[in-house]
Design a protein around this ligand. Structure first.
Ligand code: ZN
Length: 196
């Protein structure tokens, strides 16, 4: 199995709406193998989500997994601001042909986000805290996902990729920073105040 290369910003594939997959296509050996390759590429990066356009394929498929903090203690979760971000454990799964709905009365949250296709940059992106996603799984079965907090953010970020949108399009651009300057200047800041 060849390793997948992650496409970087500026490549037109990141800017086109991706095509839906038929049930037959989803069940094909090619797409089943692609899901496995995307899982490996996401874990190797490492990242919590990877959309097909990011590996050069304009199809409505993304993989998600957020388990890296599974071993952390409560104190470490607090120190790394993971509780504040409402970051829960999300086992590996894929979303295919997703439709995103923001839940009624959902608040918005501001947090820094990055992207494997936009190296070394972070920016604050306002996102809905509570969403519903209707999609298909790898067996082409319909699935409804109710997500809150960080998981809701990951879903919004990946579904944006399938529509040709990257996080910078929705970011508060005056918060744009390199990783290094994020560590130097932004960590622990109250983002609401920064934004005023
Ligand atoms: Zn991304």
């Amino acid at each position: 199995m060849l390793d997948l290369e992650i496409v970087q910003i500026g490549d037109p594939v990141l800017r086109h709406p991706a095509k839906e997959l038929s049930a037959q296509e989803i069940l094909s050996p090619e797409i089943q193998e692609l899901i496995e390759k995307m899982k490996a590429a996401m874990r190797a990066a490492p990242g919590v989500g990877l959309a097909a356009p990011q590996i050069g394929r304009a199809i409505q498929l993304a993989v998600i997994e957020d388990m890296s903090h599974a071993h952390l203690t409560e104190q470490q979760l607090i120190e790394q601001q993971l509780i504040e971000r409402e970051r829960s454990l999300v086992p590996f799964h894929e979303i295919i042909n997703p439709r995103l709905f923001v839940e009624k009365n959902s608040e918005k949250a501001d947090f820094f986000e990055g992207c494997l296709s936009v190296p070394d940059l972070l920016a604050v992106v306002p996102r809905a805290k509570s969403v519903r996603v209707e999609c298909l799984n790898e067996r082409a079965e319909p699935v409804v996902i109710h997500a809150k907090g960080w998981y809701a953010r990951i879903l919004q970020h990946e579904i944006d990729h399938l529509c040709g949108t990257v996080f910078l399009d929705k970011a508060r651009m005056h918060t744009l920073t390199t990783f290094q300057n994020h560590t130097n200047y932004w960590q622990g800041k109250n983002l609401c105040k920064v934004d005023e």
